[in-house]
Design a protein around this ligand. Structure first.
Ligand code: AGP
Length: 614
């Protein structure tokens, strides 16, 4: 994962880099560092374990002058998070310095070769191997830094976004990308490089996204050059980033996660805007319209995704099978990519990803494309690698999601899947007019429905106090709400570090019921649907064994209210849209429990927002 950033221009680089690193911290936050050159070949590296704020403290009183620099915030892969393994890494002579996001898979082999040529390594990282490889190639061939980097990268197997500088050259940064994001920001008389364009939007809105196998030569007072690893010229396509700074700030909330939960009435409005026309009873998704025949002829749809996006895809499976009668499979991208999946010509592969940068999902897309399938993306980040790698798709348009635990992206993904299922179902004639009209109206009203659901926040905060010291949780749901239960459990695990499992309610008696005792809280989703009575019986089974039940029910519920210890009321709409409603109290429950436990809700331990390594 990790975030990289670089600057060359007329401003002091350090403040630009530090501000950018703060914005990139969602990508990893176990150590941070930067390298600056003051123009008289005085290259200084400052780095330390911990967050960017600790780096800022460490920089107090140090010489931080210089109008060129590169910086890094780390999510450790090779080597523990400490000062030595923190980036930037310098070459053995100290002449070349590098920051790297990704994994060099053949680093052990390269390290052996370098060791036999006299190189000694200070850190345990794969990145230090790469900077020394560049130096070795440069010294052996007597070539420029650009040429040495190009030749070194041709020997590398793995993923990288890198930025490299040389001690005696304060006018150039070389950057390159393979499977890890990299954008170059173009200002007036200055350039920026970064893992995520949002990290530098105060400075520029004009970006060139570097593609896999490309290198960028960023020079003071010269035009940007893009080269491919085979030395041919790459295209420079400048794109405008539409984003406001306020979207990247907390807006008065104590955490991004709480802000993002509360934003959902607005983010759903943005997601359905121009797509749901309740007057004419139309659902228009341009990605579907332009590829209608493909969807109508699809023999099967395969979702590939990870984490929360995988849970949303399980809901997509229900929606498409119910409303379109097309068989659907949902695959973990990480499993799909390493087996030998049967993909047929008339299959559609839908890749779902908030960040659009998840390495496993990107690799699954490549496999699907090689097999000739049409690949559709459901992404949030505009211009991301997955958005660019897919044949067509739909953006969820929920704005930047900064809290590591995904909330508004989940509801945005499910909303897009509901619209896609409605559009396909209508075109295929597999959904009745009555159902179509009802679901379209409910989607149109979804922002108000979610606003209504959010009103239970205080009640949920009170309930959270009761459960703060639980060590395990079980989440139960059936049908559309089985994936919602999985997502609720994931939210709790991620930010409160409480062990939690989601199960289909009826599956309990096949094993997990053995875990039930008076210490075990069970969150049961029991809203009215066609399995309500069955779910009620499953809850009775838990109650009989002493489990403590927190049920999500409709306001009018009488039956489960009598069995459950605690209830949270939610508005009731069509079964196929209930995950959008039910996920709200589950997000709030996880949030409030984590806050009571004093956890770092937005940056939970060991996690990063964007998983760009496999
Ligand atoms: C969600 O809360 C997680 N942090 C994580 O599971 C995430 O959904 C997963 O890594 C996939 O990310 P993506 O949607 O950006 O591809």
């Amino acid at each position: 994962m990790c975030g990289i950033i670089g600057y060359i221009g007329y401003q002091e680089a350090c403040p630009v880099l530090l501000k950018g690193l703060h914005r990139l911290e969602y990508r990893g936050y176990d150590s941070a560092g930067l390298a600056l050159n003051d123009g008289s070949c005085n290259l200084r590296i400052y780095k330390c374990k911990g967050r960017v704020s600790e780096l800022e403290n460490f920089l107090q009183g140090k010489d931080i002058s210089g109008t060129i620099g590169i910086a890094h915030t780390r999510w450790a892969t090779h080597g523990v998070p400490d000062n030595v393994n923190a980036h930037p890494h310098e070459s053995q002579s100290g002449n070349i310095v590098l920051v790297h996001n990704g994994i060099i898979e053949n680093y052990a082999l390269l390290k052996e070769v370098l060791s036999s040529n006299g190189y000694v390594f200070k850190s345990s990282t794969d990145s230090e191997v790469l900077v020394n490889l560049i130096e070795y190639v440069k010294n052996t061939n007597g070539c420029s830094l650009l040429e040495a980097t190009r030749q070194a990268l041709r020997q590398v197997v793995g993923a990288y976004a890198i930025a490299v500088m040389e001690k005696n050259d304060p006018d150039h940064i070389i950057a390159a990308r393979q499977s890890s994001p990299l954008a170059i920001g173009i200002g007036k008389g200055e350039y920026f490089l970064c893992s995520d364009a949002a990290s530098i939007i105060e400075h520029t809105r004009d970006f060139v996204y570097i593609d896999d196998g490309e290198m960028a030569v960023i020079s003071r007072n010269e035009d940007l050059k893009v080269l491919k690893l085979d030395n041919s010229e790459g295209k420079i396509n400048v794109r405008k980033l539409e984003l406001s700074i306020s979207q990247l700030e907390k807006g008065g909330y104590p955490h991004f996660m709480l802000k993002e939960i509360n934003e959902q009435p607005r983010t759903i409005t943005d997601c359905i805007r121009g797509r749901i026309d309740v007057g004419n009873m139309n659902v228009t998704l341009s990605g579907f319209t332009f590829n209608k025949e493909k969807f109508l002829n699809a023999e099967r749809i395969i979702f590939v995704a990870c984490g929360t996006s995988w849970h949303a895809s399980l809901i997509g499976e229900h929606l498409i099978e119910d409303l379109c009668r097309i068989p659907v499979e949902v695959e973990y991208a990480s499993e799909f990519r390493y087996r030998n999946p049967v993909i047929r010509k008339n299959d559609i592969v839908i890749a779902v990803s908030q960040s659009g940068e998840t390495a496993d999902t990107l690799a699954a897309i490549e496999i699907a494309k090689k097999s000739g399938a049409f690949v559709y993306g459901i992404c949030n980040v505009v211009g991301s690698s997955i958005a660019r790698a897919t044949d067509s798709g739909t953006y969820i348009h929920v704005g930047p999601e900064i809290g590591v635990a995904s909330t508004k992206a989940f509801t945005g993904q499910v909303t897009v899947m509901a619209m896609l299922a409605l559009a396909i179902g209508q075109a295929k004639g597999t959904i009745s007019g009555e159902d179509f009209h009802r679901i379209v109206r409910e989607l149109h009203n979804m922002p108000e429905t979610i606003a209504e659901t959010l009103k239970s926040s205080e009640r949920i905060a009170d309930l959270a106090k009761i459960f703060t010291y639980a060590r395990n949780f079980i989440y139960l749901g059936r049908g559309y709400n089985y994936p919602t239960a999985l997502e609720g459990a994931l939210k709790l695990k991620e930010i409160s570090y409480i062990h939690a499992e989601g199960y289909p309610a009826a599956e309990m008696k096949h094993g997990p019921i053995a875990l039930i005792d008076t210490e075990m809280p069970v969150v049961a989703i029991a809203t009215p649907d066609h399995t309500y009575d069955k779910t009620a019986s499953n809850i009775e089974e838990v109650k009989t064994r002493g489990g403590r039940i927190l049920a999500i029910v409709s306001k009018d519920d009488r039956h489960i209210r009598r069995i459950a210890d605690y209830c949270i009321d939610v508005p009731v709409i069509s079964e196929c849209l209930m995950p959008l409603v039910v996920s709200i109290p589950l997000q709030l429950l996880a949030y409030h429990i984590a806050v009571y436990k004093g956890m770092d809700v937005d940056r939970p331990r060991n996690l990063a927002k964007s998983v760009t390594v496999e």
